[in-house]
Design a protein around this ligand. Structure first.
Ligand SMILES: Nc1ncnc2c1ncn2[C@@H]1O[C@H](COP(=O)(O)OP(=O)(O)OP(=O)(O)O)[C@@H](O)[C@H]1O
Length: 615
C-alpha cells in the first residue's frame, strides 16, 4: 500500500468519516475503492436490485469514468459465486454486480441511466453531481433506493465545492441515510477548506489524514548541510519556471518541447492553456513549429463528450512523442500513463489547479518534470507558490541552439519575428484560423483578468502587443484593453482581406455572397444612407412599442440580476466563463455592426442606445 492507503483504509473500514489530503498520484483512488468493495462484499444481506450501497461523486466526466474503470478492474475479475464458495466455503464474500457510471454523454439520457441501473442492479454508483441528482431525485425518484447506502465519497472534494455544486450536493446528501461513512479526498484540501466545508457536507467527527512529502534539501549554509523541506507536490517532481517575454512564449514552448524530446524522443507531454479557444487555436497552428515526430491532441470542455473520450484514449495509447493541449478540464485526477512533462503556458486562474496540473506527471513514484512560463512581474508567483509549499526552481531562457541564457537584461529574441511569420503563414491558409486566433487572444486576455492572485496577474501589466505576436495575429483586434496600449514594434500582416478565403467552401461562398450584398448596398443611391423619414404612428402602436421596449428592458434587468447572483458563486462563474466569453464575443460583434450602421445613418442612435445601453 502507498502511505495514504495504509492510513486511510483501516480508518474508513472502522466506521470513521475521513478527510484525506495527499499529493497527486499518491494512490487516493484505491484508498476509497478498496474499503467500498470490502464493505459491500461482506454485507450480511445482499442489496436488492433497486438499492445502492455506495456513491462516488466526482467533478468531471473524465474523472468519473476513470474511477468507474478502477472499480471495473476488480468487479470484472470476481470469481463466480459458486467458485468463491468452493474455494472458501466459510467466506461470506459475495459477488457484486457491475458499477454504474452516470455522466453526461451523447449516448445516454438520464432515463436510460435508470433503465441500465434496473437491468444490472448495480450496488456502486459513480457520477458527476448533476447526473447523480437526476438519478436519485429526478428520473430515478421513487425507483432508486438509497436507504441501504453505506458509503459516500466526494472525490476532488474541494473542486466540487468550488465549482458551486453545494446546492446539488446538499440535496443529494439530504436524501442519503445518516448512518453512512463519508470520505472527502483531494490533493488540495487545505485546512480552511476542509473545516468550512465539512459542516456543509455532513461529516461526523471525521479523521483528518494528511500525507506530507518531505524531501532533504541542501541549503549550503548550515554545517549540517541538510534541512527537511515539506512540499505539497510529489517528491520526484522537478518543478521549473522559465521567465521570458510575452512575445517569446510560443517560442519557449516549442523549445521546451524540443529540449524534452532531445533527452527522451518518446516523451509524452501535456500543455495547459487558459481557455478552450486557446487550445482550439494552438492545436491548429503549433504542428509546423514542432518536430515532425510529434502527434498533437486537444482536450477542452467545448468538445462533445464522445470526442473528449476518444482523445483521452488515443493519447493514453499513443506509442510515441505525443502532446496533449488541454484546459483545466484535464487538470485534476486524470491518471494518464507515463506523462513525462507538463508545461503551463500560463499559470491557472485558480492557484489550486497549479499542483493538480503539475501532478499529471511524477505519479506513483515515477519521475517527472513540470514547467511554467512567467512573464515580468509574474515571477512573484514563485514566492506565492513557495508559501503554499510548492517550490519552483528557475530555469534559464532556452536559446535556439538548445543552450540557456539568463533572461534578465536580454533583448527580445531575434527568433520572435520568424516564428510570428511562420504562424501567420499557417493562419493565412484559412480565414477561419484568423477568427480562431482573434478569439483565442481575446479569451486569453479575459481569462487573465480573472486570475485569483490578481495582485500578481494584473491586466494593466500585460504586454498585449507582445502577446499578439506570440499568438501570430494578423492584426490587432479592436478591444478596449488595446485602445491605449503602446503599439511600438507591431506591424499588421500584409493581407488582401477581400481575397483571404475560408478553406471551408460553404463558409467561403457565404462570405462572398455577403460581401457582394454589402457592395451592392454601398452602390445603391444615397437615399438608403439617409435616416428613415419618421412615419406617423398611431398612439396605440407607439404605446405597444414602448411597452415592448420596457418589457425587454425588464427581461435584461432580470437577466443581469440573475447573472449577478450567479457571480456570487465564484466557481460556477469560472466554469461558465468560457461559454460566456463566446457569447460576449458575439454580442460585441453585433454591437460593432450596429454602431457602423448608426454611423452610416441606417439605424437611429436612439434605437442603438435602446439596444445596447444596458449591456
Ligand atoms: N499501492 C500501489 N502500488 C502501486 N501503484 C499504485 C498503488 N496504488 C495506486 N497506484 C497507482 O498510482 C497511480 C496514481 O493513483 P491515483 O490515481 O489513485 O492517484 P491520486 O492520489 O488519486 O492522484 P490525483 O490527486 O492526481 O487524483 C495509479 O496509476 C495507480 O494505479
Amino acid at each position: 500500500m502507498t502511505p495514504v492507503q495504509a492510513s486511510t483504509i483501516p480508518l474508513f473500514m472502522q466506521n470513521k468519516d475521513v478527510v484525506v489530503e495527499a499529493v497527486t498520484g499518491s494512490g487516493k483512488t484505491l484508498a476509497f475503492v478498496i474499503p467500498i468493495l470490502e464493505r459491500l462484499t461482506r454485507r450480511q444481506e445482499k442489496l436488492k436490485k433497486h438499492e445502492i450501497g455506495a456513491l462516488v461523486i466526482s467533478p468531471t466526466r473524465e474523472l468519473a469514468t476513470q474511477i468507474h474503470s478502477v472499480f471495473s478492474l476488480f468487479l470484472d475479475s470476481q470469481p463466480s459465486e459458486s467458485e468463491s464458495n468452493e474455494d472458501n466455503p466459510s467466506s461470506p464474500a459475495r459477488r457484486l454486480p457491475p458499477a454504474l457510471l452516470l455522466v453526461s454523454s451523447d449516448k445516454s439520457t438520464p432515463a436510460q441511466d435508470v433503465e441500465r441501473f434496473l437491468s444490472t442492479g448495480s450496488d456502486i454508483v459513480i457520477g458527476t453531481p448533476g447526473r447523480v441528482e437526476e438519478f436519485l431525485l429526478g428520473k430515478g425518484k421513487g425507483v432508486v433506493s438509497a436507504k441501504e447506502l453505506e458509503v459516500l465519497v466526494l472525490d476532488e472534494a474541494d473542486r466540487l465545492l468550488d465549482l458551486g455544486f453545494q446546492a446539488t450536493l446538499t440535496k443529494i446528501i439530504a436524501h442519503l441515510p445518516k448512518q453512512r461513512r463519508t470520505g472527502l479526498f483531494s490533493a488540495t484540501m487545505t485546512d480552511a477548506d476542509a473545516l468550512s466545508e465539512l459542516v456543509r457536507v455532513g461529516l461526523r467527527n471525521p479523521a483528518r489524514i494528511v500525507v506530507k512529502v518531505q524531501t532533504k534539501r541542501n541549503n549550503g549554509k548550515k554545517v549540517s548541510g541538510e534541512v527537511i523541506e515539506e512540499r505539497r507536490i510529489p517528491a520526484n517532481l522537478q518543478n521549473l519556471y522559465l521567465p521570458c517575454r510575452a512575445s517569446e512564449k510560443v517560442l519557449q514552448l516549442t523549445r521546451i518541447i524540443s529540449h524534452e524530446l532531445k533527452s527522451n524522443p518518446t516523451s509524452r507531454c501535456i500543455v495547459y492553456f487558459a481557455t478552450c479557444a486557446c487550445v482550439d487555436y494552438f492545436y491548429r497552428v503549433l504542428s509546423p513549429l514542432l518536430p515532425s515526430s510529434v502527434t498533437l491532441y486537444s482536450l477542452h470542455g467545448h468538445l462533445p463528450p464522445s470526442a473528449r473520450s476518444k482523445t483521452l484514449s488515443s493519447f493514453a495509447a499513443a506509442p510515441s512523442a505525443s502532446i496533449l493541449l488541454a484546459t483545466d478540464v484535464a487538470a485534476r485526477g486524470l491518471d494518464l500513463p507515463d506523462v513525462d512533462v507538463v508545461i503551463q503556458f500560463d499559470p491557472p486562474v485558480d492557484p489550486k489547479a497549479f499542483s493538480h496540473r503539475c501532478g499529471r506527471t511524477a505519479r506513483a513514484g515515477r519521475k517527472g518534470r513540470a514547467w511554467v512560463l512567467l512573464v515580468g512581474r509574474e515571477e512573484g508567483y514563485v514566492d506565492f507558490m513557495a508559501v503554499r509549499k510548492i517550490p519552483m526552481k528557475k530555469h534559464a531562457y532556452l536559446t535556439e541552439d538548445g543552450s540557456s541564457v539568463a533572461h534578465d537584461e536580454r533583448p527580445e529574441d531575434p527568433a520572435v519575428q520568424p516564428i510570428l511569420q511562420q504562424i501567420r503563414k499557417t493562419v493565412l491558409t484559412d480565414r477561419a484560423l484568423h477568427e480562431k486566433a482573434t478569439k483565442a487572444f481575446v479569451s486569453f486576455v479575459k481569462a487573465y483578468s480573472k486570475h485569483e492572485a490578481s495582485y500578481i496577474f494584473r491586466l494593466k501589466d500585460l504586454d498585449l502587443v507582445g502577446l499578439a505576436k506570440t499568438f501570430g495575429l494578423l492584426r490587432l483586434p479592436r478591444m478596449p484593453e488595446l485602445k491605449d496600449a503602446e503599439k511600438a514594434g507591431w506591424v499588421d500582416a500584409d493581407v488582401d482581406w477581400d481575397s483571404y478565403a475560408f478553406s471551408d467552401p460553404a463558409r467561403e461562398a457565404k462570405r462572398l455572397s455577403e460581401a457582394e450584398e454589402s457592395k451592392s448596398k454601398d452602390k445603391a443611391p444615397a437615399k438608403s444612407k439617409k435616416p428613415k423619414a419618421k412615419v406617423a404612428v398611431a398612439w396605440s402602436e407607439q404605446l405597444a412599442k414602448k411597452e415592448g421596449k420596457e418589457k425587454r428592458r425588464e427581461i435584461k434587468a432580470a437577466k443581469r440580476k440573475w447573472l449577478k447572483s450567479q457571480q456570487t458563486q465564484e466557481g460556477m462563474k469560472r466554469a461558465r466563463a468560457d461559454s460566456e466569453d463566446a457569447d460576449d464575443w458575439k454580442e460585441l460583434a453585433r454591437e460593432e455592426r450596429m454602431a457602423k450602421k448608426v454611423k452610416k445613418g441606417l439605424v437611429e442612435q436612439a434605437d442603438f442606445d435602446n439596444e445596447f445601453a444596458e449591456l
